[in-house]
Every structure is written in structure tokens, then in C-alpha cells.
Write a protein that binds this ligand. Structure first.
Ligand SMILES: [Zn+2]
Length: 206
């Protein structure tokens, strides 16, 4: 009897632990809304690793606080990208598929930078709009980059270049952190004003 009672207490403890883990849908101050789908442990771990990247790039406290204030919402109906920034009902949030995120790719950093652009900087910032247009219409990058994500619009231009600035090399054009040197010095000053000084990490850029 004693053994069974201990077993039941142990099982109850596990159940309570799991439910409290689900209820406490936060990680280091980020909020993760799992109301549409509870994340499996391996999925949760990969999402937390994504947020570790965001915390590790050395953002100024106010910027990091703004990113942490962005709701992250699990959306089982999301298709295509593992995560997106979207404005639904007037409110900006990052929506994520309940899937294991690739490690070491700054996916959520990119999406949270969209949120920062939308919510803090404002989408019409001339520093971003003008530099995007000049870069798109100029010939600083190879012709085959014309159709790539970062030259699609001002929002992607900001998110991709900021990710290069903060994280380093990425797996989409313009790939190398050193490519930032091709952009207007005024724009790099603008990024520095937002994110602080940076150097491309030695051995990462090429
Ligand atoms: Zn994007």
C-alpha cells in the first residue's frame, strides 16, 4: 500500500510539475503563448535556444526589453516559415510553428527585429526607407541578389542587415557581416545608435 501511495504522490507531483511548466509560459522574460498548442519538450528547448541567441548578441537593455515585450504565439496553422512577425487585430506578435527550430540560425532574432521596427522605430523611418531604396536601386551588390529577401522591402532590409550587425554571418544574401561595409555610413551610424557599436566577429565573417 505504501508503495502505491508513494507512486501516486510521485505521479501527482509529475502532473503538477508539467502543468505548472505549461502555465508559466515564459523564458527569461520572453512570453510564449501556448494556448493554441502546448509545445513538446524538444520543441520548447529549441525555441528557448532561439531566445538564448537573442539574449547573447549584446543588445542594449532597452532594446532587449522591447523584444521581450513582443508576444510569441504558437500557431499550429502557420505554414512556410518556422516563424513570422505579423500584425493581427492591430497588435504585433511573433507567430511560431510548433516545430523544432534549427539550432544556431537566428530565426527569432530576425522576427523580433521586425517587431522592434514596427513597434519602436516605426515603419516609415527615413534612415531605413532611404537606404533600402538606394541599395535596391544601386549596384553595390551582385545582380543575383536583386531578388533576395533583404532587397524585397524596407522591413526585410532592416531585419536582415540588423541580424548581420548583431549576430554575424547568415545563410541568406548578403551572407557576410562584412557586406555591411557596402551600406551608407549614415545607416551604419543609425544601427549603432540603436544597437551599440559592433565589429564583425573574427573568423566568422569572410
Ligand atoms: Zn523577415
Amino acid at each position: 500500500m505504501m508503495t502505491i501511495r508513494r507512486l501516486l504522490i510521485a505521479m501527482l507531483g509529475v502532473t503538477m510539475h508539467l502543468s505548472s511548466a505549461h502555465a508559466g509560459t515564459g523564458y527569461h522574460g520572453f512570453s510564449i503563448d501556448q494556448s493554441a498548442r502546448q509545445l513538446a519538450p524538444d520543441v520548447m528547448a529549441s525555441l528557448n535556444a532561439q531566445l538564448d541567441i537573442v539574449e547573447a548578441v549584446g543588445l542594449p537593455p532597452a532594446v532587449l526589453a522591447a523584444l521581450k515585450a513582443t508576444p510569441i504565439i504558437v500557431d499550429p496553422d502557420l505554414r512556410g516559415n518556422p516563424g513570422i512577425f505579423a500584425v493581427r487585430g492591430g497588435a504585433g506578435a511573433v507567430y511560431v510553428q510548433p516545430i523544432v527550430f534549427a539550432a544556431h540560425k537566428p530565426i527569432l532574432l530576425h522576427e523580433l527585429l521586425h517587431a522592434y521596427h514596427f513597434g519602436t522605430l516605426g515603419l516609415n523611418r527615413p534612415e531605413i526607407v532611404q537606404t533600402f531604396q538606394r541599395t535596391r536601386d544601386g549596384n553595390r551588390f551582385p545582380a543575383q541578389f536583386k531578388s533576395s529577401h533583404f532587397l524585397e522591402n524596407g522591413k526585410e532590409f532592416f531585419a536582415v542587415t540588423s541580424t548581420l550587425y548583431l549576430f554575424g554571418d547568415i545563410q541568406q544574401p548578403p551572407f557576410s557581416c562584412n557586406a555591411l561595409a557596402k551600406l551608407d555610413p549614415d545607416y551604419l551610424d543609425f544601427l549603432a545608435a540603436q544597437f551599440g557599436a559592433h565589429t564583425c566577429h573574427a573568423g566568422v565573417a569572410n
